[in-house]
Design a protein around this ligand. Structure first.
Ligand code: SF4
Length: 389
């Protein structure tokens, strides 16, 4: 069987791990497997027994549909042989099948029967990184290995689609085999990026930290580790939070990613950042959700407190504002739509987003600089957004 794997041409930080597991599955069956990134004319000119395409966010709809249409003529029957998997295909499979002839595969490919073949749980296979002809397509691989110590998430956050895309909750996965696989295909790396959705919730956190340490990811050894999806602040507040921070204290985490989604979480966010700062960590990154159930002033208050914490604790926090995207939306909301939700003008939204960009380049912990840019209080901030009309 000749099999083509396609990662659509959107911006992606990480390689499509699920697709590379399907690649291993087919290679172990004795099939010939080729991987391409984007729209490859030479690949589309051939006829394949099967083509598998990946997908990520629903707002990348146009790119995924374009990719499926591009490769639709490269299989005998796209409704049978052109497979569409990944988060977008899980959430919008029916629409996808209507927009471009294909065979959507919802959820995780945890049995070969889901793709019409006999075999075991494809998701438990190791991704075959040797299929990547140009690992430079995924810059993270130049400095780090990637792995998962857990899968799914038991949380039920209203704005998150993890439970639809991966409803299982696997609370421990050994790292050794995954890292040996990375070592073999990619060579030695000093960095480790973990893709876990909510690792701190795992009752096996200590075991996971031990697995990382056993592989050399310990402070002082010139290595770094990054839980790329970050930590929920509530899990690092109070005595239980301190216990978790103690478990992670010897790991070379850089940065520490702690989300601050709602202004009402101020107290737990502060506790979480302080718990890590007291254990010697100084580099933080904080995703800040906006446009969900908040107003522009909420962002002002969070950015102000972040600046104060930097000053008080002697740390640096990279703020990562993230506009809310409804899980089923097929494109990013326009400033006009965001303005309607906030009951303000489009100009205010544009100015708000410009200011957020400026926050990234400010001097850390500089309260005066913050006031000069954002105003002396939430009302002043709101007036500044209006003044530029
Ligand atoms: S904890 Fe994180 S991964 Fe889990 S449901 Fe909430 S946002 Fe999603």
């Amino acid at each position: 069987m000749n099999v083509l794997l396609v990662d659509p041409p959107y911006r992606a930080s990480y390689p499509p791990v699920g697709l590379l597991k399907i690649g291993r599955f087919h290679r172990e069956r004795g099939d010939a497997v080729t991987f391409v990134r984007g729209l490859s004319a030479p690949a589309a000119e051939k006829t394949w027994d099967r083509i598998y395409t990946a997908s990520l966010f629903t707002f990348q709809w146009n790119t995924v549909v374009r990719t499926l249409r591009f490769y639709g003529g490269s299989v005998a029957d796209p409704r049978r042989d052109l497979f569409a998997g990944g988060p977008l295909a899980s959430l919008l499979g029916r629409d996808l099948g209507a927009a471009a002839p294909c065979r959507p595969v919802p959820g995780i490919v945890d049995s070969a029967e889901k793709i019409g073949l006999q075999g075991g749980d494809i998701d438990t296979l190791l991704p075959d990184y040797s299929l990547l002809t140009s690992p430079k397509d995924y810059p993270v691989l130049e400095h780090a290995w990637i792995a998962s110590a857990t899968r799914g998430c038991s949380g039920k956050c209203a704005f998150c689609s993890v439970r639809e895309v991966d409803p299982r909750c696997v609370e421990y996965l050994p790292l050794k085999e995954q890292l040996d696989n990375c070592r073999q295909s990619l060579g030695e790396r000093n960095g480790l990026v973990l893709l876990d959705n909510n690792v701190a919730m795992s009752p096996f956190l200590e075991k996971i930290a031990g697995d990382m340490a056993a592989e050399g990811f310990v402070k002082g050894r010139g290595t770094t580790a990054d839980f790329s999806q970050g930590f929920e602040p509530a899990l690092f507040a109070g005595p239980e939070g301190n216990r978790r921070a103690d478990i992670l204290a010897s790991l070379p985490l850089d940065p520490i990613r702690i989300a601050w989604d709602f202004s009402g979480e101020r107290d737990i966010y502060e506790q979480a950042v302080t718990a890590f700062a007291e254990r010697g960590f100084s580099s933080f990154s904080t995703p800040l959700l906006y446009g969900f159930s908040d107003l522009p002033e909420d962002m002002y208050l969070r950015l102000l407190r972040i600046t104060e914490l930097e000053h008080e604790l002697g740390i640096a926090i990279q703020a990562e504002p993230m506009g809310y995207l409804a899980p089923f939306l097929k494109r990013r909301p326009s400033p006009a739509e965001r303005a309607r939700a906030w009951g303000c003008s489009e100009g205010e939204v544009r100015r708000f987003e410009e200011l957020l960009k400026k926050f990234r380049t400010r001097e850390k912990g500089d309260g005066e600089g913050f006031s000069a840019l954002f105003g002396k209080g939430p009302e002043d901030f709101r007036n500044r957004l209006r003044r530029r009309e």
